[in-house]
Design a protein around this ligand. Structure first.
Ligand SMILES: Nc1ncnc2c1ncn2[C@@H]1O[C@H](COP(=O)(O)OP(=O)(O)OP(=O)(O)O)[C@@H](O)[C@H]1O
Length: 321
């Protein structure tokens, strides 16, 4: 088995399908959009790149796909350098862009066939049929694109990106502006693509999307990749739990005897919220309950909750601001 465990620096040691090393981008305006990014994408994974607006997600993807030139550093796709070995690298990549720019008057079939031809690949109607069926577009193969719904147009973009049989698929904000139902359909579809052996890298604003789909998550902020981690590890490491106590009688303020604890009074004194680290061995809850009882503070209900990926993301990005 190849060793695909993360090294402490977040890089996979083997089986990386995309390797980014020391990648920086300074636009002509002088603006630095990427700062020495190192990243390995593992074969067969779904990797979500999260970041606020303007963080550098599209810049990073555009460099890997050969649309924008990097200023420093290197990128290889399956061992092919994206500059020296551009054609080979590009042939392995499919890109589903953010904006819906397709040839409105063409049929679905003509569009995907043309896309395949652009890469100089021999016709393969069997493969294209499989792609269209997988994307539930087969019935629409003869329809002009302009007659399709928004969701179908998006799927045509994916079919176009898959037409030349890439091994790595980049999806830039795949579900931006898409309704909830369609978003769930898209997620199912992306999972199916992964099952068919395609490595998926997606950028997203929707934390739920990363939480739902990604095997690993990278967080980018102001051009720096600040975290790359397995989703589960990220949530365990940085997640916090909260214990909320509904008090019998509201408190005006936190008693001094409790001031040293990570407690907050909310809901006009009716709620006491205790935050603890999911990683620490001692939650401190027993001690808290003992002290409350010493103070004669009764509660009628208690429940615990875990921080979401969204909480983690916000605190990560904020702590770097
Ligand atoms: N051609 C360009 N010239 C100068 N600056 C640019 C250019 N393209 C992008 N930038 C700047 O680089 C930064 C990163 O942009 P990028 O599009 O990569 O961010 P993003 O994370 O994809 O954001 P969004 O989520 O809004 O798409 C932004 O501040 C943007 O204004």
């Amino acid at each position: 088995m190849p060793d695909t465990q993360s090294r402490p620096d977040g890089l996979a040691t083997a089986d990386a399908v995309v390797s980014v090393r020391g990648l920086s981008k300074i636009y002509k305006s002088g603006f630095q959009a990427l700062k020495r990014v190192d990243l390995d994408i593992r074969r067969g994974e779904i990797f979500a790149l999260l970041g606020p607006n303007g963080a550098g997600k599209t810049t990073l993807i555009s460099i890997v796909c050969g649309i924008v030139n990097g200023s420093e550093g290197s990128v290889t796709v399956d061992g092919h350098d994206i500059v020296r070995d551009f054609r080979a690298a590009r042939a392995l990549i499919g890109l589903v862009p953010q904006e819906l720019s397709t040839d409105a008057f063409e049929s679905v079939w003509a569009t995907v066939k043309f896309s395949r031809g652009l890469y100089g690949r021999a016709p393969n109607p069997v493969y294209l049929e499989r792609v269209l069926r997988q994307l539930s577009l087969w019935e629409k193969r003869d329809s002009k694109i302009m007659t399709l719904s928004g969701g179908m147009k998006r799927r045509v973009l994916i079919a176009k990106a898959l037409a030349h049989e890439p091994r790595v698929l980049f999806l830039d904000e795949p579900t931006a502006g898409v309704d909830v139902e369609l978003r769930h359909d898209m997620w199912d579809m992306v999972r199916k693509l992964r099952e068919s052996g395609v490595t998926i890298i997606l950028t997203t604003h929707y934390i739920e999307e990363a939480e739902e789909m990604a095997d690993r998550i990278g967080v980018i902020s102001s051009g720096e990749l600040i975290v790359v981690e397995d989703k589960a590890t990220l949530m365990r490491k940085l997640g916090k739990k909260q214990l909320t106590l509904q008090l019998q009688n509201p408190l005006e303020q936190l008693p001094e005897h409790l001031a040293d604890l990570p407690l907050e009074l909310s809901d006009e004194g009716r709620q006491l919220v205790y935050t603890f680290d999911t990683q620490s061995e001692e939650t401190g809850i027993a001690g808290l309950l003992r002290r409350l009882s010493e103070l004669g503070i009764d509660f009628k209900d208690l429940h615990s909750s875990e921080s979401s990926l969204e909480d983690i993301f916000v605190s990560l990005v904020r702590s770097r601001a």
